[in-house]
Design a protein around this ligand. Structure first.
Ligand code: PLP
Length: 410
């Protein structure tokens, strides 16, 4: 019998109203679920599946779907299915990489060095802070004001004593900068370090060939390329085995717990769209450029401008100096446009994010750039008319907020 909270229709109604927001330019946060994933999940939902670990028929039906999903993702990446540990997303995949490498070293009494960067995703920042507290030496690669690594420090950092682990973001989630991970991978691996990259934002935007990248582990997330939220994977170089965060027999002993069968079906179906997404990438870049030009005409300062091979092409990181990004994001939302702030708003005060602080510094001018930083992210579902509408809505809202700010200063 279906058990449902009595308020379900109301919850669905309000979710529908919120989800039907006119324009979504925040697809770096979550890409709309691809029709292929939606359909595959809906069809799987009609089946009466057992636990994929059960040996009976219903269990094996669940197992078949899990392995189908894994197989689709593996095929899209050109890797073997057993190289993928399926997880609940990129956050968990990042944690598996860090904890799986570092916990056994700490247990063995070693005090390893980790190389990461000043602009990692919050999930990696949190891991770095945790391991620092536990005595691990975590060194950070700094960035310049365009969000590019300051490579002059790289050789020294890679030569750090007892370098055991490297974890560097590949395509940046706030700036869209494509970092030269492959360059570090070779040098660090030759010193015996395990090299991990967070490839979450690379899916559907970069050709993903783990052997070309030269790393040992790549983090992936389903909802960044049309799969359902709460799905993802850690690719591991053949022969690499990590200590589980959650022990159990599933996922070759590296991730215990019953598999998210429906989610994995959606992840696999979304993976079948990756090649088409890559074909669309130049069109997305053109739309992003058109958007960035329009925003610049409104007085927005474009940040993180990079050469095409160092730019994912899906993000316009723009500072509206004099405005507070969280307030701007909220006003845009009310006007029907979803974007995200490059700053976090904590307890009523606007604090620049660690990324904008790393790029712009703590000086007056840098703080103004950071405070007004907004991320617009573009996807293959957008058309020219969407971009024009986004620019027009931003023009209205920015104009209104600037007038209000000017009135406050009288
Ligand atoms: C670069 C990067 N890493 C990790 C994550 C976390 O992904 P998930 O939502 O799958 O945990 C994100 C999502 O915002 C991201 O962009």
């Amino acid at each position: 019998m279906a058990v449902r909270p009595t308020h379900w229709p109301r919850a669905l109604h309000s979710a529908r109203q919120l989800a039907d927001i006119a324009l979504d330019f925040d697809c770096a946060a979550s890409m709309p679920i691809d029709p292929a994933a939606r359909q595959a999940m809906a069809e799987a939902l009609t089946l009466d599946l057992g636990n994929p670990s059960s040996t009976h028929g219903k269990g094996q039906a669940g197992r078949a779907l899990v392995e189908w999903g894994r197989g689709q993702l593996a095929e899209a990446l050109g890797v073997a299915p057993r190289e993928l540990v399926l997880t609940s997303g990129a956050t968990e995949a990042n944690a598996l990489a860090w904890r799986g490498v570092l916990d056994p070293l700490l247990a063995a009494g070693r005090t390893p060095t980790v190389l990461t960067s000043a602009v990692e995703h919050a999930s990696v920042r949190a891991l770095a802070a945790d391991y620092r507290q536990r005595g691990v030496r975590v060194v950070e690669l700094p960035v310049d004001d365009q969000g590019q690594w300051r490579e002059e420090t790289l050789d020294t950092l890679v030569a750090s004593a007892d370098l055991a682990f490297v974890s560097l973001i590949w395509v940046h989630n706030e700036t869209g900068v494509v970092h030269p991970v492959a360059r570090v991978a070779h040098a660090a691996r030759s010193r015996g370090a395990l090299v991990h990259t967070d490839g979450t934002q690379a899916m559907g935007r970069q050709a993903i060939d783990p052997s070309m990248l030269g790393v040992d582990a790549i983090t992936l997330s389903g909802h960044k390329f049309g799969g359902p939220p709460g799905t993802g994977a850690l690719w591991l170089r053949p022969g690499t085995s990590l200590q589980a965060v959650q022990p159990g027999h599933q996922e070759l002993g590296m991730r215990g717990g019953t598999e998210n069968v429906l989610g994995i079906v959606g992840l696999g179906a979304a993976a079948t769209t990756l090649a088409a997404r890559l074909v669309e990438a130049p069109r997305v870049r053109r739309l992003r450029d058109r958007l960035a030009t329009g925003l610049a005409e409104l007085g927005g300062q474009r940040n993180a401008v990079a050469a095409p091979d160092q730019d994912s092409g899906h993000i316009a990181h723009v500072s509206f100096v004099g405005l507070d990004a969280p307030r701007l994001v909220m006003a845009l939302d009310l006007a029907g446009l979803a974007v995200s702030a490059g700053s976090a708003c904590a307890s009523g005060t606007v604090e620049p994010s660690h990324v904008t602080r790393a790029m712009f510094g703590d000086g007056e001018a840098g703080r103004a750039l950071a405070r007004g930083a907004v991320r617009f992210s573009v996807g293959p579902h957008h058309e020219d008319r969407d971009v024009d509408r986004a620019i027009a809505l931003t023009a209205q809202v920015v104009g209104r907020l600037r007038q209000a700010a000017a009135a406050r200063h009288w």
